[in-house]
Design a protein around this ligand. Structure first.
Ligand SMILES: Nc1ncnc2c1ncn2[C@@H]1O[C@H](COP(=O)(O)OP(=O)(O)OP(=O)(O)O)[C@@H](O)[C@H]1O
Length: 251
């Protein structure tokens, strides 16, 4: 892994789709190694669009975006289905392809590393299972194993908690913590404001950046109201103490 500078440095970033107006503007944030950054925003707020820009699929329309090191991605589960019959192990081994020179096919050593990566995400018994036959949560964990094999400096998760039951969500939370503790930067888009409070920074998006900072400073009522356009459920905490807000459930 490289050791210096932020993994992501976005300044005044604007992004859009070919032929259309920008769908995301004025985005300024940074992600350092070892940080977990939550990306919050309503449906259509631009979270996936930001991920696509970070992956180099969409070029900045304005401002600047620098992403350093290797990037592993865990897309939304419905987008991670593969139509061809590859095993979970094959998918993890794709991480070795990204790591090595293009002419070198993964060998016995990479296979052993891929099995170890599957073991780390608790799926060593599913190595030969067809990827498409796994549950959404299991597919996500296979993709985390792929990022581990790739030795990704930065791991992008696009709404990974959607549809997960409580044990799977807890397991994923622990994995995210572990990835960050290893010095990787982790960017996670989520609809769960309460969960993002536990991370290092939050980036609030609603077609433009509403705020970026440590959750204790950024997640104020005005910021949440601007992010979710007042569709916020207010939950009082400790009588007159600060209020906690939760994003509305996905439609
Ligand atoms: N391929 C595309 N071509 C044109 N516009 C698109 C495309 N994908 C998304 N958009 C538009 O960009 C805007 C932001 O969408 P995006 O998918 O980034 O939001 P999101 O925050 O990820 O939403 P969700 O929470 O529903 O996943 C939306 O208005 C959407 O219609």
């Amino acid at each position: 892994m490289h050791d210096r500078g932020p993994l992501i440095d976005a300044r005044g970033l604007a992004v859009g789709y070919p032929g259309g107006p920008p769908v995301l503007e004025d985005v300024t944030f940074a992600v350092a190694r070892g940080e977990r950054v939550g990306v919050l925003g309503p449906n259509g707020g631009g979270k996936t669009t930001l991920m696509r820009a970070l992956l180099g699929e969409l070029a900045p329309r304005a401002g600047s975006l620098a992403v350093s090191g290797t990037t592993g991605t865990v897309p939304q589960t419905e987008r991670s289905r593969l139509d061809y019959p590859v095993s979970a192990l094959d998918v993890v081994l794709m991480g070795a392809l990204a790591r090595g020179p293009w002419w070198r096919r993964p060998g016995r050593r990479e296979r052993a590393e891929a099995l170890a990566a599957l073991d780390r995400v608790g799926l060593s018994d599913r190595a030969e299972t067809t990827f498409g036959e796994l549950s959404g949560g299991q597919r996500q964990r296979v993709l985390v194993a792929r990022a581990l094999l790739q030795d990704a400096d930065l791991v992008l998760f696009d709404e990974p908690f959607t549809g997960l039951d409580t044990p799977s969500a807890e397991r994923l939370t622990t994995l995210i913590d572990t990835l960050a503790a290893e010095g990787r930067g982790v960017l996670v888009s989520t609809h769960d404001v309460g969960q993002a409070r536990a991370w290092d920074h939050v980036l609030c998006l609603n077609r433009r950046m509403v705020d970026f900072g440590p959750p204790a400073l950024a997640l104020t009522e005005p910021v949440l109201a601007a992010t979710y356009e007042h569709a916020v459920i207010r939950v009082p905490v400790d009588g007159d103490g600060p209020r906690r807000a939760a994003a509305p459930a996905r439609a």
